[in-house]
Structure formats: structure tokens, C-alpha cells
Ligand binder design. Structure first.
Ligand code: PLP
Length: 490
């Protein structure tokens, strides 16, 4: 008799019953119950935000492409695009097939004590899309983790030279874990946290302004050269959708190189084809030392990011058997995630989706331009490239700017939040269109369609915008305020 056989199995009655929901039950939950669980066990304040925007009651059945289907059969057009995750749209059939293939073949997902075939294959595929010498990857599970890896590799190479600082841009967004958070000032996300990189080790320039970069670099000279480890830049601003002027990225990289400063191009949001090139920096003739990817790399189905650099830089940072694992993470390069990443890159290539993102983006931009001509007093400006566009609405900010700092004045911030929230809610409730806005830019409606969006779907968006703009901000705001008073009082 084995030792195990001596252990008496607990009787059914004695077994602890945790009262778990099964997966079937979870999928079948009615919306009210599901939201109750969200409030009780996740984040009830976030739920209140969704509720104010009219989105807590969106009872979702399924999603495909650019469309979300509600349980009552209504179709919602998703221009929020998972804030950039959904370049291929929801549930792309080839991504589902790739996952199914992995399941059918019982593909190994996790092995830490031996290499995984699919990791090398994914890193090779990524390198095929990038200019030389960017061909060595670290696989991450998010954008912020890719940026952590980028910061750390640069620190390893540069701190022995006595360098101590990062150069970033005022109002940037690079992620919310401690390292990238230290370089993130798009919104007030730093308050109350101890920074991963101390404040005195971060210097700021003005985005898109090469003279300001030059000034900051000049200030950081010391007897051994320049104190700056690396300069990190969003190739298009994620929060403000600001596209820097032509040549800015090239001039930035050149200035950094002249001063022995490494360059990190953050392509987390706009890389992977969104602007009509694999990375937005590829619209110029420039190559950074490090590039970071995430969001669409996971095909809309997996958590996947990558920090990509050259073999030469990798060697300098981690180039021996003792140091090669100095940066690592448990979930880096899980088999099925790699499979999805590999298939995502093949879908981009086979379906020519990068070109398509550029072309359909041009169509969207042209239709928005017409709308701007129709509403010159309501639309202040249009911004963006390819499948990342934003509409700056006129909330009187130009007038207010003369009297107050509209970015910090709390009354103005609340006022703008109500107006932009009202416009977003109108688009959803009247027309079944999802758009989004970001706390760092409360006068901008962001549009991030998947690259497979059709012209007809864009036409539907434009008709909806036309209707909502035609009714006016005041109309939307009254409805918004009334609905939320009902919510608070009722
Ligand atoms: C430019 C940029 N960098 C980094 C991040 C952080 O990515 P994640 O949310 O996957 O951590 C984001 C997220 O939106 C982003 O827009």
C-alpha cells in the first residue's frame, strides 16, 4: 500500500464548498448581476465612470471585426478599438484558428528551463518588419513592461559611464508601472506614488520642439560627457494624438547620437501598422536604439508586448551567461501568446493590412475634413495619421485659456469632462457608436478603428457625428446632466 493510499479522501459533505461560478454560469450572467460582481470585487468607482457614460448597461453578447453585438441583437460600432489593442478587430478568424490549432495540438504553453520554439519564431518575425539592426527582442505582456525592459537595457549600458538621467517629454504617456510611470505626465497619474526613477533623474523637453531637446541636452553636460542615459519618445502622442512635424524624430535621434544618448521609440499605441507603416517612425529615415511594441501585437486576443533592440546593444547590457537573465518575467513568451503574435504578423502581411490601415485612414480623414468644413465653429482641429484620428471640439477652450490655465483649473477640467462625456454618450445612445477620450485631453474625441473597418462603417460614423454635432454640445450636455442627475438622485 502506498503512503498516498493511506490518506482518506474527504467525503463529499466534508469537502469545502466555495460556491464558485462555473464558466458556463459566468458566460450566462445577466448584466445586472455581472455588474454587481464587478462593483463588489473589482472597482466600483470605475463602474460609476462607465455608468455616467451610459456604458455600464451595455449587455454584450459577442464581438466580431469592428462590431459588438448586444444581447438584444443591436450592433454597436467600436471606434474605441481597445485604445489600440484591436488593430485586427475583435476575434479575427485567423487568430481564433491559431488558438484552436494550439489547443488541438496541445502546444506547450510554458517552459522556463528550456527554450520555446515559438519564442524564436515570433522574435524573427518581428525583426522582419523592422529596419536593421533591430532584430533582438525581449517578450513582454504589456506596453509598460516593454518600456520597463527598454529603460533597463539602456541603464545597464549607460550607468557605468556615470549617466543618471532619462530625457522624456512633458505630457508623455509610457505606462503605469513604476519605471515608465516616472516618465509619464500626460495626466496626474504620479501623485501619491514613489517614483521608480527619482524625480531628479528625469528631465523634460517639449514634444515636437527640437530646440527644447537641444537646450535640455546642453544643460546636462558634465565633465565626462552627457548625463542622459536615454531619450524616450512617443512617435505620435497617444493622449493628444499630436503628430510631430516631419523630420522631428530624425533630428531627435541625431542629437541623441551626437551626445551618446540612447533612443527609445515608444510604438506601443501606434506601432503594428496603425499609421500605414509597421511603425510610425518608419515614415522617416530614422532608426532608434530601442523600439517598444504591444497592443495590436497580441492580435486582440493575447497580452503581448516586445522590446526590440540590436544584438550590439543587447550584448553590451546582458552579453554573458551570468547577466543574460537579469531581466526576465514569468509570463514572457508563453507558447500560445507567441503563436498569436506570429499569426498576427502573418495576417498583417497576407491581408496587406498595414497599407490598408493607411488607405482607410486617409478615407476617414477626408470624411472628417468635410465634416470640419461643415462645422468650422464646432471642430477646432483634426489630428492623427491612418487609423488613429482625433477630433478637437470647441468647448470655448481658446477663450478660457486667456483667463486661466485650462489644464489645471479643476472647474474647467470638470466642465470639459462633462462636455466630452456628453458627446461620447450621445454617439453611443443615439447611434450605437463607441468612441473614447482620455483624461489628459478632454476636448478630443479619439477614433481608433481596426484596420479592417469598411468604408460603409466609416460612413455610419460620419453620419452619427454629423447628427450629434448638428444638434450641438448644449443638447448633448442637457441630456447627459439629466441622465446623471437621475442616476444620482434616483
Ligand atoms: C504610448 C504608450 N506607451 C505605453 C503604454 C502602456 O501600455 P500598457 O497599457 O499595455 O501597459 C500605452 C498605453 O496606452 C501607450 O499609449
Amino acid at each position: 500500500m502506498t503512503a498516498l493510499a493511506k490518506i482518506e479522501a474527504p467525503s463529499r459533505e466534508d469537502r469545502q464548498n466555495h460556491g464558485l461560478l462555473t464558466l458556463e454560469q459566468s458566460l450566462a450572467l445577466d448584466n445586472e448581476t455581472a455588474m454587481g460582481l464587478y462593483a463588489a470585487h473589482l472597482n466600483k468607482y470605475m463602474l460609476q465612470v462607465f455608468d455616467i457614460l451610459g456604458l455600464a448597461h451595455m449587455d454584450i453578447e459577442s464581438a466580431q471585426g469592428a462590431e459588438i453585438t448586444l444581447r438584444d441583437g443591436r450592433k454597436v460600432l467600436d471606434y474605441s478599438g481597445g485604445f489600440g489593442v484591436l488593430g485586427l478587430g475583435h476575434n479575427h478568424p485567423r487568430i481564433i484558428a491559431a488558438e484552436r490549432l494550439c489547443h488541438d495540438r496541445k502546444v506547450l504553453d510554458c517552459i522556463k528551463i528550456a527554450p520555446h520554439k515559438l519564442q524564436g519564431a515570433l522574435a524573427y518575425n518581428i525583426s522582419r518588419f523592422l529596419p536593421k539592426p533591430l532584430d533582438v527582442s525581449f517578450l513582454a505582456v504589456s506596453g509598460t513592461e516593454a518600456n520597463e525592459a527598454a529603460m533597463k537595457i539602456c541603464e545597464r549600458v549607460q550607468t557605468p559611464k556615470g549617466k543618471t538621467k532619462f530625457l522624456c517629454f512633458k505630457g508623455a504617456f509610457h505606462g503605469k508601472t513604476h519605471g515608465p510611470l516616472s516618465l509619464t505626465t500626460a495626466t496626474d497619474v504620479q501623485s501619491g506614488f514613489i517614483m521608480g526613477v527619482p524625480k531628479e533623474n528625469v528631465v523634460f523637453a517639449t514634444y515636437g520642439d527640437i530646440a527644447s531637446v537641444r537646450e535640455v541636452i546642453a544643460r546636462e553636460q558634465f565633465e565626462k560627457g552627457n548625463r542622459i542615459i536615454a531619450g524616450i519618445v512617443e512617435t505620435i502622442r497617444g493622449t493628444s494624438c499630436h503628430v510631430p512635424g516631419p523630420g522631428f524624430l530624425t533630428a531627435f535621434a541625431q542629437l541623441c547620437r551626437e551626445n551618446d544618448i540612447l533612443t527609445i521609440f515608444d510604438e506601443v499605441k501606434v506601432g503594428m501598422g496603425r499609421t500605414g507603416k509597421f511603425c510610425a517612425f518608419m515614415h522617416e529615415d530614422v532608426v532608434p536604439d530601442v523600439v517598444t511594441l504591444a497592443k495590436t501585437l497580441g492580435g486582440g486576443k493575447r497580452e503581448l508586448g516586445a522590446m526590440v533592440t540590436s544584438q550590439a546593444l543587447f550584448d553590451k547590457a546582458y552579453g554573458n551567461k551570468n547577466d543574460c537573465n537579469l531581466h526576465s518575467s514569468s509570463f514572457s513568451g508563453m507558447g500560445e501568446s507567441c503563436a498569436v503574435g506570429i499569426e498576427t504578423l502573418n495576417v498583417l502581411e497576407d491581408e496587406q493590412l498595414i497599407d490598408r490601415a493607411g488607405l482607410i485612414g486617409n478615407y476617414l480623414q477626408a470624411r472628417l475634413e468635410k465634416l470640419r468644413e461643415k462645422y468650422p465653429r464646432k471642430i477646432v482641429s483634426l489630428r492623427g495619421k491612418g487609423c488613429f484620428q482625433a477630433i478637437e471640439l470647441n468647448f470655448g477652450q481658446q477663450l478660457a485659456e486667456k483667463a486661466i490655465d485650462i489644464r489645471t483649473n479643476s472647474l474647467f477640467v470638470t466642465y470639459e469632462t462633462v462636455l466630452i462625456g456628453a458627446m461620447a454618450r450621445e454617439l453611443y445612445e443615439r447611434h450605437g457608436i463607441l468612441v473614447h477620450f482620455q483624461p489628459g485631453a478632454r476636448d478630443l474625441l479619439h477614433l481608433m478603428p481596426p484596420y479592417i473597418v469598411s468604408e460603409a462603417q466609416i460612413d455610419r460614423l460620419i453620419e452619427a457625428l454629423d447628427d450629434v454635432l448638428g444638434r450641438g454640445v448644449a443638447d448633448a450636455t442637457v441630456r447627459f446632466v439629466v441622465k446623471n442627475i437621475k442616476r444620482v438622485l434616483g
